[in-house]
Design a protein. Structure first.
Ligand code: UDP
Length: 235
């Protein structure tokens, strides 16, 4: 499969068309941004980690019955994916209070939740991805009721699968973000699952093994991305 024109360049990835109109090639970059693009930097090797980690996790999810956009890993930084139409919704899944939820509700980071929380944001950089609910999604036609039901069902199932997968590798899955797309009329998981899009804490020390090290200038950013990939690849 050959790349043809570049379709889109985002903060962390480039997306190319291919000779097959139903497939794209995603190329993962080392560029990192935070706080809606205000903070910019480079995390050396991040693109390789995120590409390989997403491919591995998508394969596991597929085995467990979640349809994903992943077709195959092409190289260290490239994956062949299904050409989806992305729903303009970010789905946040939370097991433990952290980040914006901790701030909003005045909770200490690390406070466990009695129940998994699902949140939705409208994917719009200019507006800073505002939080929305089911009513906004229906009123704005961001997804049909049926699509939203599927998204919720998949998000909860993905959380169950990933929580178990990570804890077996001594990693706590604190929270993460998902994006879904439509392919042949059905909802499938798209985008990536990586330390850029998840909060991952060491099972013993609670050391942050994710992009918060970049966001909060905690140091050792490159090392923890490699560490997560190592823990995933071993078992
Ligand atoms: N997240 C993401 N992209 C976004 C916003 C959030 O991947 O545009 C991820 C983030 O890495 C974390 C989870 O979603 O794992 C919840 O993020 P939160 O709402 O706490 O926002 P943040 O503190 O990252 O601004």
């Amino acid at each position: 499969m050959k790349k043809t024109e570049m379709l889109y360049e985002g903060k962390a990835k480039k997306v190319y068309k291919t000779d097959d109109e139903k497939k794209y090639i995603v190329e993962y970059k080392d560029d990192a941004t935070a706080f809606n693009g205000e903070k910019k930097g480079t995390i050396v090797g991040k693109g390789v980690v995120n590409n390989k980690m997403s491919a591995a996790l998508f394969a596991i999810l597929e085995e467990e019955g979640i349809p994903t956009h992943q077709v195959e890993l092409l190289s260290d930084r490239e994956s062949l994916v299904k050409a989806v139409k992305i729903l303009p919704i970010e789905v946040i899944v939370r097991n433990v209070a952290a980040g914006s939820l901790a701030k909003r509700l005045g909770l200490e980071e690390g406070t466990p939740m009695k129940k998994t929380i699902l949140e939705f944001c409208y994917k719009n950089d200019a507006l800073g991805d505002p939080m929305i609910n089911d009513y906004h999604i229906a009123a704005m036609n961001f997804a049909t009721d049926e699509q939203l039901d599927t998204v919720k069902k998949y998000a909860i199932k993905i959380n169950d699968i990933l929580k178990k997968f990570f804890i077996e590798r001594n990693i706590k899955l604190i929270d993460f973000k998902l994006e879904f797309g439509i392919y042949d009329g059905i909802v499938i998981l798209a985008d990536e699952i990586s330390p850029d899009t998840c909060r991952l804490w060491d099972g013993n020390s609670n050391k942050k093994l994710d992009k918060d090290r970049f966001r909060r200038d905690l140091g050792g950013v490159e090392e923890v991305y490699q560490e997560v990939l190592n823990r995933i690849s071993k078992k």
